[in-house]
Ligand binder design. Sequence first.
Ligand code: SAM
Length: 251
Amino acid sequence: MHGQVERWDQLAAAELDAAVIDPNDLPGRKNRYIARLRNAAILEAVRPLLSQDDVVLDFGCGNGGISSQLSVTGCWTLGVDISMGLLKRTGERNLGRKSAFVRYDGRHLPVRAASFKAAVTWVVLNHILDDAELHHLLVQIRASLVPGGRFVAIEQVRRRPTVDRTAWQHRRTIEGFIALFNAAGFRVEETAIVRYGRLPMTYAIRYGWLSERHHESVARWERRIGRWLGVLPWDYCDVRFVLSVDSPAPP
Ligand SMILES: C[S@@+](CC[C@H](N)C(=O)[O-])C[C@H]1O[C@@H](n2cnc3c(N)ncnc32)[C@H](O)[C@@H]1O
C-alpha cells in the first residue's frame, strides 16, 4: 500500500485528468474522451435512483472528477481516497457545497453502516491487487449502503487475469469480478463493456483525427462492439458493473 500511495501522490502533480487517466496523453484529447465517457456511464446508472440530498460514496475519488459531476445532480458526495496529493487538488474542480473528501488507510473505510443510497467507483478496484483485500473492502462498501442501494463500478478487465505490480494493476476477468461482488453480498444487475483500451478509434481521438463532436458516436460504437464481440483476446476493456443491495448487511 505504501508504494501505491507514493505513486498516486507523484501523479497528482499532473493536469487533473492526466493524473488519474493517462499521464502520457499530453494534449489530453484521449483523457477528455475517457473522462466524458466515465461520467456519462456512471451518471446514467445512478441518476434514476437519486433524489436531492441523497448521499453518494465516491470510492477512490482521486482528484474529484466524478464527485464534481455528481454534484450537478444536487446530491451530497463523500469522496474517499488513499492519496493526499490527489485529494488536495479536488479544490480545483467545480464542486459546489455538498462535497466532502477524506483520506483513509486503504483498508478500513471510515464510514458508518447504511449511510449511502449509492456508491460509485472508476478504475480503483483494479488497483487492489490482492483478492482477499478487495473482498474485505467490498464487504465494507456493501455495508455502507442502504437496502435498495446501488454500487456502480467501472473496472478494467481482460480475458485472462493479468497482474502488473509495477503499475499496481490487477486486471481480473468479468467472471472474476462477479464472483468477488457476489461473495461480498451484492447482486449483479448488469455488466456492460463501455470502452476498449486499444481500438483504432481511441488512437484517432488521441491524435486529433476525430474531434470532440465525434465522442458520442465513438462511445456508441464501443458499446455496440462490446455487445457483439465481448472482451477481445489482445485488449483490455472497461466494464460497468451495476450492483444492488437487497437486504441489510449481516451484523
Ligand atoms: C485511476 S485513479 C481513479 C480516480 C477516480 N476514481 C477518477 O475517476 O478520477 C485510481 C484511484 O484509486 C485510488 N486508490 C488506490 N487504492 C485505493 C484503495 N485501497 N482505496 C481507495 N482508493 C484507492 C488511487 O489513489 C487513485 O485515486
